[in-house]
Design a protein around this ligand. Structure first.
Ligand SMILES: Nc1ncnc2c1ncn2[C@@H]1O[C@H](COP(=O)(O)OP(=O)(O)OP(=O)(O)O)[C@@H](O)[C@H]1O
Ligand SMILES: [Mg+2]
Length: 399
């Protein structure tokens, strides 16, 4: 545009900004908007919100995303699908062809920063994009509305298989479903999530939990061990015998950051590592209890169920009977009877699962049996099935 000053040079790394729009006029306005936006690495493509969903399932999420809903029959459902594939930290601006105040309000409720209707003007588009970055209120509403789902996995007894479940779930969501995932191994001394994923643990997690005042976005980014493009692991190997109680305030602060950045946060929460799990349980949307088919594990899973029902009545609890069919183990019905609660899903005792843990390649990559066994939990977390009807908003909130 004549008279416009180009964006000033900046030393910060450019941020990805992307748009998927259905008409040439809108694309031209957004292209110019991105040109004037400071420190941006732009992409403007032809398409709609559904093109964006397909693209983001396979690529990293941009910081700002503009999507076109013109001509889309079910825009709110598509916004919900979009939220499932892009990072919670992405600020989304929706572009449409209807000046519809009800639609606008519904979009805002789902955590959308702004709804713009066509024809787009450079001024309003630029203002919306700058609001995505500058206005903490806009950012907070996007984050609050779309923070990552927190799934806490608890092995009710040592060796029950909580790390196996956590590693395989995290790996499946990151590699097969292309979701942005963080996996936090809270067993800082004897944890083996890193081993099961064939990567080295780092000092970052210890540093973060020992100095919670230093936790910020950059600190958390540095503490992450990148297992793959979409899988970020937080794990440590503390000296043997270092059994100090972890500061659950530090854990909560770290989780707050992880939920802002990642669509799914899986926590491997060992019962034996001196961690007070109450606060973690109180903020988890889904709690997975893992037990082996023994009488003592049945008793423990019953006790955990009761405890969680008190701490977090709204939690979605998944009770896994792992190593089912193990010689000498209880049958599923005897286990359920002894624990006083039905089993949500069973995972068979399987040499392939054991091999996966020892080879550094999660068994779920090759084991159809494990994929089938974990299927109900996977579908529940992706929203493919629901035990009870929930509003779009509550689903976006991960509740
Ligand atoms: N379904 C299964 N079939 C065969 N082996 C399994 C199965 N699930 C887990 N295992 C094996 O059992 C062992 C314990 O599993 P895992 O480390 O996941 O348990 P955990 O609950 O995390 O234990 P810890 O209390 O040590 O943290 C591992 O060797 C793992 O490979
Ligand atoms: Mg473990």
């Amino acid at each position: 545009m004549p008279g416009e000053t180009p964006a000033p040079a900046s030393t910060a790394a450019p941020e990805a900004v992307a748009a998927f729009l259905g008409d040439k006029e809108s694309m031209a306005v957004v292209r110019e908007c991105f040109r004037q936006l400071e420190n941006a690495e732009p992409y403007v493509g032809s398409g709609s919100i559904t093109t964006a969903i397909d693209a983001l399932a396979k690529t990293p999420s941009p910081r700002i995303l503009l999507v076109d809903i013109s001509g889309i029959a079910d825009p709110l459902a598509q916004v919900h699908r979009l939220a499932d594939v892009c990072d919670p930290s992405t600020a989304v601006v929706v572009v449409g062809d209807r000046n519809d105040v009800v639609l606008y309000r519904n979009m805002k409720d789902l955590g959308i920063v702004e709804y713009l209707f066509k024809p787009l003007t450079l001024d309003l588009t630029l203002r919306a994009c700058r609001a995505c970055r500058a206005d903490p209120g806009a950012a907070a509403s996007a984050v609050d509305g779309r923070k990552g789902k927190l799934v806490t996995i608890i092995g009710v007894r040592g060796g029950a298989g909580s790390t196996t479940v956590a590693v395989n779930m995290a790996s499946y969501f990151a590699t097969q479903l292309s979701r942005d995932v963080a996996l936090l191994d809270l067993d800082l001394v004897g944890g083996d999530a890193a081993l099961q994923l064939d990567v080295a643990a780092s000092d970052g997690l210890h540093e973060a939990l020992a100095h919670p005042d230093r936790i910020d976005e950059l600190f958390v980014t540095r503490a992450a061990i990148k297992v793959g493009p979409k899988l970020h692991l937080f794990a440590a190997t503390e000296p043997l015998g270092d059994t100090k109680i972890l500061d659950d305030q530090a854990i909560m602060k770290l989780l707050g950051y992880l939920q802002q950045r990642h669509r799914y946060v899986f926590v491997d929460a060992p019962v034996t590592a001196g961690i007070h799990l109450d606060r973690l349980i109180a903020v988890s949307g889904t709690i997975v209890l893992v037990a082996e088919p023994s009488l003592i594990a049945a008793r423990e899973i019953g006790r955990w169920q009761d405890k969680i029902a008190t701490l977090r009545p709204a939690a979605n609890i998944c009770r896994i009977l792992n190593k089912a069919g193990e010689p000498g183990g209880l049958s599923t019905s005897d286990f359920a009877a002894a624990s006083g609660h039905p089993v949500t899903l069973t995972i068979p005792a399987d040499a392939e699962i054991l091999r996966g843990a020892n080879s550094g390649i999660p068994a779920i990559t090759d084991s159809a049996a494990l994929r089938r066994a974990l299927g109900p939990l996977i579908r529940d977390l992706t929203g493919e099935i629901d035990s009870e009807p929930r509003s779009l908003l509550s689903r976006m909130l991960g509740k």
